[in-house]
Write a protein that binds this ligand. Sequence first.
Ligand code: FAD
Ligand code: UDP
Length: 366
Amino acid sequence: MNFDSNKYNLLVVGAGLFGAVVAYRAVKRGMRVLVIDRRNHTGGNCYCENIDGINVHRYGAHIFHTSERRVWEFVTSLAEFRPYTHSPLANYKGRIYPLPFNLNTFEALWGVATAEEAQAKIEEQRLKLEREPRNLEEQALSMVGRDIYTTLIEGYTEKQWGRPCRELPAWIIRRLPLRFERNNNYFNDTYQGMPVGGYNPLIERLLEGCEVCLGCDFFDHREELEAASDRTIYTGEIDRFYDYRFGALEYRSLRFEDERLAQGDFQGASVVNYTDAESPFTRIIEHKHFEGAKTSHTIITREYSCEWQPGREAYYPINNERNATLYARYKALADAEPRTLFGGRLAEYRYYDMHQVVSRALDIEL
Ligand code: FAD
Ligand code: UDP
């Protein structure tokens, strides 16, 4: 790989959503921008692969939702979005429960028909704490009680994170709505939708006017790349940037197994979570339901969660105390970098959703 010195105003390491939004803004300001990615495609974890008319969400189900109007206006000004309401299901030992936790879930679980009955049931089994919950187990038990915890939370969470619920931060479960009305919308946000044709058209729009170099790992060409650009936006793992000098941060990785089935429909929903401890995968995605693809076949993906190790993709930061302390040490170094700005899920070591990444990328000063 050959990069001319001083050719670019900005080098963006990582063609995921964060990098792409920053690159778009920089090009709009007349900057010359080089975007690199170690993968052989752009879009980071939002990337979709069209397989026989179905947009397969290559790195897991991605639903765009936000309550921030400027974020929604920004993405919808660049790509067409269709209304989409995410309503995943849970499969616990063969029985189906609607998600998120709402009156439909409580009815499936206990046969109750009113909010009052459901509230009474939860109140009866809720963990009553005199202090703030200290971990995910306490948070879940105090919020929804033992039955929901056992049926819909414990097995799923421990598979997903590879750790007991007692060792996980409480806020992870607070991402999920708890409602006493009949409403299976997984998100509380004002805006929600699915880009027509998957996320690739959005990413392509964002990267218009940039030079893009794929299959290019920053650390294999660091000297040339830095000589070729004035500044860097780095969206990879922050601990790797510093050669793991204080030790490695922990991440969860994922493994995806596709299956093509010669039938029109497999599970009638885009996502079914397998919430028991025994099923080895966490969820099954049926991609055609994101956009209502009319095909005689279907493609499903089983998602397995595993610990990150070198050579695997890092997907989820594990924001427990140990990692927070370690991250703070790396962040102190990052804050003092004269020419490099760190952003996105891996570089900020934050469990960001897409809208948060877009919002952050719209805010950074170029
Ligand atoms: P990434 O998408 O990870 O992009 C970073 C890019 O940098 C990658 O392409 C990587 O290859 C590249 N890179 C890293 N290091 C280097 C290097 N050294 N050299 C070159 N390139 C490098 N969000 C939602 O809003 N809704 C959802 O439904 C949703 N579902 C999700 C499901 C799963 C399974 C996962 C894992 C995430 C989900 N998210 C969802 C979160 C969403 O994926 C992220 O918020 C978003 O993609 C983060 O963008 P990013 O640019 O920070 O990171
Ligand atoms: N969760 C759960 N049961 C479910 C779905 C989610 O216990 O059926 C918990 C689990 O701990 C998970 C967290 O809620 O990590 C957040 O779920 P979300 O669907 O937001 O996770 P993501 O899609 O980001 O993996």
